[in-house]
Design a protein around this ligand. Structure first.
Ligand code: PLP
Length: 450
């Protein structure tokens, strides 16, 4: 490895960082992370903090998960790669598929299609949804519906169903035939409705209205995150996703659950769909499926959809889609080991218990600091703090405020993430109560410094 001076001097000189302007990375050189252990990361200056971001919602088991590291190393020795395109397979991916089938059985999802990450998984689900209708002779069902404020990755299909202008405007025109309905977001919504249950009903009515307007026979699928993550951690009322499911069923529209963040325990349930008692047609997964140690994903497919493909006699069911790294044996080995550890440690229960502590702590901070307009969470380890200029007016905060909280919190012992006016928390699911207190104390220091 090059020395420290070389790394600091060249930091953002020869690479562009995702999700920021190149000039910003040059003006504000990124923190260089050089080590990780347990739930802590260490930077190039030796400063160590609790990772309140959990990598990027994906290091659920922390940075020292030896069984996953060992599985990757062993698979690299045995078979570092072989494709699963038509005619070949590998042993690791077959074993993983059986494990995933068991894990997702309560969600009614029994087949896997493998990808290299979340955006790939979303793209796969959107494409297979259209194909499902074509196989069934409803070729006109091509449109997609989704939620404003939703996040579905950055491929053209995913960006088109995204509900945040930041990921859309500079890349337009996007895919035609994508339409958005209001998110069930009590703090800000076009209905001016703060009651979560009533708002859920209004958003469901908006969905019915949009379906009537477009014509159900033109719509392939509705895609949503069970809890909206990147859009600012927005847990819908418990009636919302079941309501969406019922409307989709009534109109023959497939339901895609984007579980890239929520699968594998983050919400305090094993999947976000299960949290709400919903059985989607597809579930997009990635991120924590390998504890972040290998880029990998899986789209889980329901029996109902699978049977249409598997029993096809029209010749339209050949899947003209897939990635070189679909079913990568090293990714599969990593996922097998991750799944075993995820279940052994029962991380969903720890996520629920620690998440309750985080939420209580954030509510206490809100009582203390007027700049906090809203705190969100309440389902496992995904939380957001929304900063405001004026609480009653819900006006935008000082542009520098969230960054300042983050910088001071980092010095005080915790890495947190800034996204627009929100500070987002998505720590590893193996967090202890003591780690929760480190994060809360660091945030307190951050807000006190404003
Ligand atoms: C809900 C959701 N879908 C899709 C994606 C895209 O995943 P990736 O960045 O692995 O492509 C993300 C990433 O954060 C996500 O949160």
């Amino acid at each position: 490895m090059k020395d420290e001076n070389f790394l600091k001097a060249n930091n953002a000189r020869s690479l562009w960082h995702p999700m920021t302007a190149p000039a910003d990375s040059l003006a504000n050189p990124p923190t260089i992370i050089t080590g990780g252990e347990g739930v802590r990361i260490r930077d190039i200056d030796g400063h160590e903090v609790v990772d309140g971001v959990g990598g990027l919602w994906n290091v659920n088991l922390g940075y020292s998960c030896q069984p996953v590291k060992a599985a990757i190393a062993a698979q690299l020795d045995r078979l570092p790669y072989y494709s699963i395109f038509r005619g070949t397979s590998n042993d690791a991916v077959i074993e993983l598929s059986e494990e995933l089938r068991t894990f997702f059985a309560p969600d009614g999802l029994t087949r896997a299609f493998y990808t290299s990450g979340g955006s790939d998984s979303v793209e796969t689900a959107l494409r297979l949804a259209r194909q499902y209708h074509k196989i069934r002779g409803e070729a006109g069902r091509v449109k997609f519906l989704s939620l404003k404020k939703g996040y579905h990755g950055t491929h053209i299909g995913g960006a088109s169903v995204n509900g945040n202008a930041n990921f859309r405007t500079q890349y337009e025109p996007l895919l035609p035939g994508c339409f958005h309905i209001p998110a069930p977001f009590p703090f800000r919504n076009p209905f001016n409705e703060a009651d979560p249950a009533r708002l859920a009903q209004l958003c469901l009515q908006a969905l019915e209205d949009e379906i009537a307007f477009q014509g159900a026979g033109t719509i392939a699928a509705f895609i949503m995150e069970p809890i909206l993550g990147a859009g600012g951690v927005i847990p819908p009322h418990s009636s919302f996703m079941p309501g969406v499911e019922a409307i989709c069923r009534k109109h023959g529209i497939l339901l895609i659950a984007d579980e890239v963040i929520t699968a594998f325990g983050r919400t305090g349930a094993w999947t976000g769909s299960r949290l709400w008692g919903v059985k989607p047609d597809f579930a997009c997964t990635a991120k924590a499926i390998t504890n972040a140690y290998f880029p990998f994903g899986a789209v889980m497919i329901s029996d109902r959809v699978a049977e249409v493909f598997e029993r096809d006699d029209t010749g339209r069911a050949a899947i003209g889609h897939g990635y070189t790294y679909s079913g990568h044996p090293v990714g599969a080995a990593a996922a097998l080991a991750t799944l075993a550890e995820t279940k052994r440690l029962n991380v969903k229960d720890n996520a629920a218990a620690r998440g309750a502590e985080v939420m209580a702590g954030l509510q206490a901070l809100m009582a203390k600091y007027a700049v906090i307009g809203d705190v969100r969470g309440g389902h496992g380890l995904m939380n957001a703090i929304e900063l405001v200029g004026d609480r009653a007016a819900k006006s935008a905060p000082d542009k520098a405020a969230a960054g300042k909280v983050q910088a001071v919190a980092y010095q005080a012992g915790a890495m947190v993430r800034v996204s627009g006016p929100n500070i987002i928390l998505s720590p590893p699911l193996v967090l202890t109560s003591a780690d929760v207190q480190v994060i809360l104390t660091a945030l307190d220091a951050g807000f006190a410094a404003l």
